[in-house]
Ligand binder design. Structure first.
Ligand code: ATP
Ligand code: MG
Length: 439
């Protein structure tokens, strides 16, 4: 439990919808991040761990069993298993969903805790392999409002489920901190003077905001208590929701959304929307892979005015192409953060989609979400009673803060010169570790 012979003093854990990270601090008070194996495509940063599980079907004499893998290993195994198993992701989005009690994975019932624990244990194991045994106390990030939480009781319910899973990973003193407040601790080292700072953390599942009166570089010192939290707010709209819009506009029409079929009574009807709703939350797509649904889709294909598109939809479901489609969508979204237009291409015959997407189109597709994010920021400013001119700087972090339209919300309200960016994937974990030095 030592770094250069100094004991580890504090641990911060950022369990993210898409990416997780864990940081420790020793006596030098510099956060250090645990390292993980990078993704096969080199795209995933080694300081983050994909919050993803794969249950691989393994034939055995007594029936079908499953082997579990987590993080980038889960993605690798999934890609090699050609659909033979179940990929589980965005688990954080289900924490507040009371109806999610257990889920059947290859004949076994799993509670949400059963699914969360392997990810949390993997994070802890990686940190211990690198730094030695960890203290029993951990500070863990939480969104201001969890996805699907409508009341404070829902948020508390989500927290209690997360708390139980973290205990299963071996911690017994757990403190929760708002994710944007954690990011503020990371950002504090960068400000030269006292100021009111607006923090925006845009992740996969949620966009969270805090207004904090910060003093320079005081995190983890006795002066840190003089940080004054003025207010927090958040919405459950971020990168996953942006991906959903791209699926809706680029992929779904190619798979028959908006086309028609002739009913047995000769009436021409619009295709039902349920397959496409599942496609937009691509990890739900695998739920359509059952005999009854595929039979219904085959009937629709037979009656469709554009049967090739429905055949393509059936192919996507039967061959479990949801993850591959999502990867293509995400790659285009990421390109659009730095380019004015980007190519979307996906080929797995009979599905073949190739088109150029302009950034302006993407921005039009997510307008409603951008509006909700803007209203959330305005609501927070109003609730706290701070005028834009009183904000010293704005710190934007999280993977979805790369989206230019997200940045523009802040540049237009506070001025481009006040916007600061950085540590997009690690600021929350670093800040949680600094926050863990207190109390
Ligand atoms: N360059 C980029 N442009 C646009 N979006 C990006 C970029 N890089 C990553 N993203 C998106 O950022 C999201 C992941 O960000 P991050 O790791 O901060 O989320 P998270 O911490 O897992 O989620 P949350 O904080 O909501 O629980 C994904 O939706 C990903 O597609
Ligand atoms: Mg996050």
């Amino acid at each position: 439990m030592t770094i250069n012979n100094f004991p580890i003093e504090a641990v911060g854990l950022d369990f993210g919808t898409t990416n997780s990270a864990i940081a420790i601090v020793a006596r030098d008070r510099a956060p250090r991040l645990a390292q993980f194996e990078p993704g096969a495509d080199g795209g995933t940063r080694a300081e983050t761990f994909r919050s993803i599980l794969f249950f691989e079907a393994t034939e055995d004499t007594g029936g079908t069993e499953s082997a579990l893998s987590v993080g980038n290993a889960a993605i690798r195994r999934y890609l090699a298993a050609s659909g033979n198993g179940r990929l589980v992701q965005s688990l954080k989005s289900f924490l507040a969903v009371r109806s999610f009690q257990t889920t059947d994975i290859m004949g076994e019932d799993y509670s949400l805790g059963d699914l969360l624990a392997p990810i949390l244990i993997a994070l802890r194991d990686a940190a211990e392999a690198q730094f030695g045994p960890l203290p029993r106390r951990v500070v863990v990030g939480r969104p201001v409002h969890f996805s699907d939480a409508h009341t404070e009781t829902d948020d508390d319910f989500a927290l209690s489920r997360l708390d139980v899973a973290i205990r299963r990973a071996g911690w017994d003193e757990i403190v929760f901190e708002y994710e944007p407040i954690a990011a503020a601790y990371d950002y504090a080292s960068r400000i030269p003077r006292d100021e009111i700072v607006l923090i925006g953390d845009f992740g996969g599942g949620t966009s969270d905001f805090s207004l904090v009166h910060l003093r320079p570089g005081t995190a983890g010192t006795s002066r840190a208590r003089h940080h004054e939290i003025l207010g927090n707010d958040g919405v459950a709209l971020a990168g996953d929701a942006f991906d959903g819009r791209m699926m809706h506009h680029i992929v779904a029409p190619e798979l028959g959304r908006g086309t028609k079929y002739r009913s047995p009574y000769g009436r021409v009807l619009p295709m039902p929307t349920w397959p496409y709703t599942k496609l937009e939350r691509w990890h739900h797509l695998s739920m359509l892979k059952n005999r009854t649904t595929l039979y219904r889709l085959r009937e629709l294909e037979h009656d469709a005015l554009e049967p090739a598109r429905i055949a393509a939809l059936v192919h996507v479901i039967e061959s479990d192409l949801g993850y591959y489609l999502f990867r293509s969508v995400e790659a285009t979204k990421i390109d659009l953060s730095s380019e004015e237009s980007a190519k979307f291409s996906f080929a797995d015959p009979p599905v073949e989609i190739g088109r150029i997407v302009a950034r302006s189109e993407f921005e039009a597709w997510i307008t409603r979400y951008l509006g909700e994010i803007e209203r959330c920021v305005d609501r927070l400013m109003e609730a706290v009673g701070v005028r834009p001119g009183e904000i010293g700087s704005v710190f934007l972090t999280g993977g979805s803060s790369f989206v230019p339209a997200v940045r523009r919300i802040f540049a237009s309200r506070f001025g481009a010169e006040k916007i600061h960016l950085g540590n997009e994937f690690t600021s929350v974990a670093r800040g949680l570790a600094l926050r863990a030095l207190e109390d």
